[in-house]
Design a protein around this ligand. Sequence first.
Ligand SMILES: Cc1cc2nc3c(=O)[nH]c(=O)nc-3n(C[C@H](O)[C@H](O)[C@H](O)COP(=O)(O)O)c2cc1C
Length: 333
Amino acid sequence: MRAFPTAFELTPVQMEQIIRLSGMAPSLHNSQPCRFRILPHVIELHADPRRRLPAADPEDRELRLACGAALFNLRLALEHAGIRPVVTLLPHLAAATALAEVRSGGLAQPRPEDARLYEAITERHSHRHPFRNTPVSTEDRHLLMRAAHEGHAWLHVVQPGELGALEGLVHRAHRAQMANPRFRTEMAAWVGRTGDTPEGVPLSAAGLKPEPRDQWVHRDFTSGQASRSPAIEFESHPLLVVLCSQHGSREAELDAGQALQRLWLTATAQGLVASMISEVVEVPETREELQRLVGGLTPQALLRIGHGTPSVASPRRDAADMLFYGVAEMFEN
Ligand SMILES: Cc1cc2nc3c(=O)[nH]c(=O)nc-3n(C[C@H](O)[C@H](O)[C@H](O)COP(=O)(O)O)c2cc1C
């Protein structure tokens, strides 16, 4: 077995923990599409092309969001270990898999707010169950908007007058995807898993079996395996937010992934829970209409945020499985 590689003179145990925490970021269907190449003076973040989801994400936009989220965790974990991370995004290399590199900018003392986000990394999970009918406070809304801004993104808080139009778009996108056999087959391969598997969405984290009357949560992560009591209803007024960037560039997508993770960890640190509603952003026609609804910015993610009971974590691969040793390895696999 190879020793766990390390950078910046951290111990192998520290580095393994840093990579493990980076891998706890969210990813579409828990596909975990990032890999890390660790050299003494640099950590490279790579996309893992074997974990693409071409039916849902043909342009790899969500893959870059997931890798951006993992990059944000990596930054927090390095700071926690006393290293100031200096990040260069490398999204222009269309054919290569490298997305970013992180070097050491010297010793770091994490800001108290970043220390809280670091603590939230292991607490954050997707919450697909109904929320409590307790509104998100104005103070929490401000914190969430500030988190998005700090990540160079914009948070569009969906207004009551926009809910009807958005609901129609989400339903339309969901119907379009479910009518596509490639999408259905791809999703079925990743969700509703019952065995011992380090990736994909297990049945225990899948939430409820959606019903046609549900307003926002439509994806069936149970693969039809769960039953649901007719008495169980979703919350009537979740906070719905669209995370937007200025542009639709690859760099903006990596930044949006980092902002998504900052936003979600901020919510977690405030005792809030969240789940994503991505069909409306994945289907090009509804994404265009959503772009008009948010005033022309580029929509990257739709989230529902609220108060809820703790939810079950989805599994992750071992840190060693997320390592990448270079180009030679691409030909080995
Ligand atoms: C780009 C992206 C899109 C996602 N879309 C959805 C979605 O539409 N519905 C959903 O319930 N979860 C969605 N998720 C959440 C993932 O399913 C989740 O992060 C993954 O299963 C790991 O679980 P965790 O968030 O509990 O750690 C998305 C995550 C990412 C990064």
